[in-house]
Design a protein. Structure first.
Length: 166
């Protein structure tokens, strides 16, 4: 029975979203690194209290984002991926049994019946693999979300603060 839930609608669209969010996060991270490095270089060995708060905030945010990302990965893998992998393996075996059954057909009627069984098993397997791809993309999406949020928030915050501090 096919799963028509929107959760597994289109793996390509989910992977595209992951790629776009990753690109945005990388651009934001580069901006944050440049702004923070410039501030550190400007103050040298005598960081201001604002610089010390920024360094402390940077450490806390990284730890919080990695912790949240790890929890999201574990949760998604636990709830979805293991069940899908088990279903995919089971359906792969079913399709192989159907293929061997088709290969040993002696009459045209057996070949048609067994051919349809093989086609049905292969279709179920392909659908499950599509769901598995979507689940993998969801793992990546959920893992990226907290890191992306921190990077883009910091890029906006530091970009607004940059003209005032220079």
């Amino acid at each position: 029975m096919p799963n028509t839930s929107p959760r597994f609608f289109n793996p390509l669209m989910i992977w595209t979203d992951v790629a776009l969010k990753t690109g945005e996060m990388l651009v934001s991270s580069g901006s944050v690194i440049q702004l923070r490095t410039s501030r550190m270089a400007a103050h040298g060995m005598q960081p201001s209290p604002a610089d010390m708060r920024e360094i402390h905030l940077m450490s806390e945010e990284k730890l919080a984002a990695v912790t949240e990302s790890t929890a999201a990965i574990a949760n998604q893998l636990h709830t979805t991926s293991y069940a899908l992998v088990n279903r995919a393996v089971q359906q792969w075996f079913e399709s192989q049994v159907a293929l061997w059954s088709l290969a040993t057909s002696f009459t045209p009627v057996h070949a048609l019946t067994r051919g349809q069984a093989f086609l049905d098993a292969s279709t179920r397997l392909a659908h499950t693999w599509s769901q598995l791809s979507s689940a993998g993309a969801r793992v990546a999406q959920r893992a990226l979300k907290p890191i992306h949020a921190k990077a883009t928030d910091n890029a906006r915050r530091l970009a607004l603060a940059a003209p005032a501090s220079t």
